[in-house]
Design a protein around this ligand. Structure first.
Ligand code: PXL
Length: 263
């Protein structure tokens, strides 16, 4: 049987916890197939990022084009671009794809830095996210990213108004907040929903990648936005609950299995 394909633009995380390696696992766990366009190599462990090496922009375009020429793309997921040149290349690819498939779901993770605050772009991560925003179906900023994307605006209602002018769905993620619950809020024109998830002790590597990729896979499989948001969060929550250690420091979400409880 044919599987829906998610075209992923992401950087490599050699620790296997975040980035492309996380995306592959999350998309597969949701029953879709990951088509992977590498945007950057990083040198990192499960805690710190030591350097970022963007792939040349024409190679980003050619990796994507070969896959697009061959088969159908059911959704797109964008993680780090590595630099502005790659963001511009991805914009061109998305414009061409959307001319043929105006309803193509595009999930944008507007990553500005690693969990520790280390750089994940050689230049302009904020400009890259802002350039891609108008092509996204849904953007998933955490609290600092939402503020950055809105020129330092601190009020969430103003952030939401601002982001909805660029993109029809916004999920503001409360993982960087404090308190016993992680509060995630979805906003669309005329719709809104808030989820509260138990906050787990410790820190984790690649939680944002997991959520965005699972969401892209569920949208690729034909789920509606509210349904896909619900299932992707439930899956991500489960991967964090079952997170495991590979070394001291951040734990790795266990992305095996489906949405259903597994041992
Ligand atoms: O979670 C954001 C992220 C995205 N992409 C890569 C990363 C990380 C976080 O470490 O390494 C490659």
């Amino acid at each position: 049987m044919k599987r829906p394909c998610v075209l992923i633009f992401a950087g490599s995380d050699p620790s296997g916890g975040a980035g492309l390696q996380a995306d592959i696992q999350a998309v597969a766990a949701q029953g879709a197939h990951p088509l992977t366009v590498l945007t950057a190599l990083t040198v990192q462990d499960n805690d710190r990022v030591y350097s970022v090496h963007p792939v040349p922009a024409d190679l980003v375009s050619r990796q994507a084009q070969a896959l697009i020429n061959k088969g159908e793309i059911a959704a797109v997921k964008i993680g780090i671009t590595g630099n502005m040149a790659n963001a511009d290349a991805i914009v061109e690819i998305l414009r061409a794809l959307k001319r043929k498939q105006p309803d193509l779901p595009v999930v944008l993770d507007p990553v500005q830095a690693s969990g520790h605050g280390d750089a994940l772009a050689a230049d302009g991560p904020l400009q890259a996210a802002m350039t891609l925003l108008p092509l996204a179906t849904v953007v998933l900023p955490n609290l600092p990213e939402a503020m950055a994307l809105c020129g330092g605006e601190r009020r969430m209602d103003a952030q939401v108004d601002h982001l909805l002018r660029g993109c029809p769905n916004v999920l503001i993620k409360g993982g960087h907040g404090s308190g016993p619950e992680v509060i995630n809020s979805w906003y669309a024109h005329g719709s809104q929903k808030t989820w509260k998830w138990q906050r787990f002790e410790g820190s984790f590597h690649g939680t944002g990648c997991t959520l965005a990729s699972a969401l892209a896979a569920l949208l690729a499989s034909g789920r509606s936005m509210p349904e896909a948001l619900e299932l992707a969060q439930a899956y991500s929550h489960q991967t964090i609950r079952k997170a495991y250690a590979i070394a001291a420091g951040q734990r790795i979400p266990d992305r095996r299995g489906s949405n259903k409880e597994s041992k």
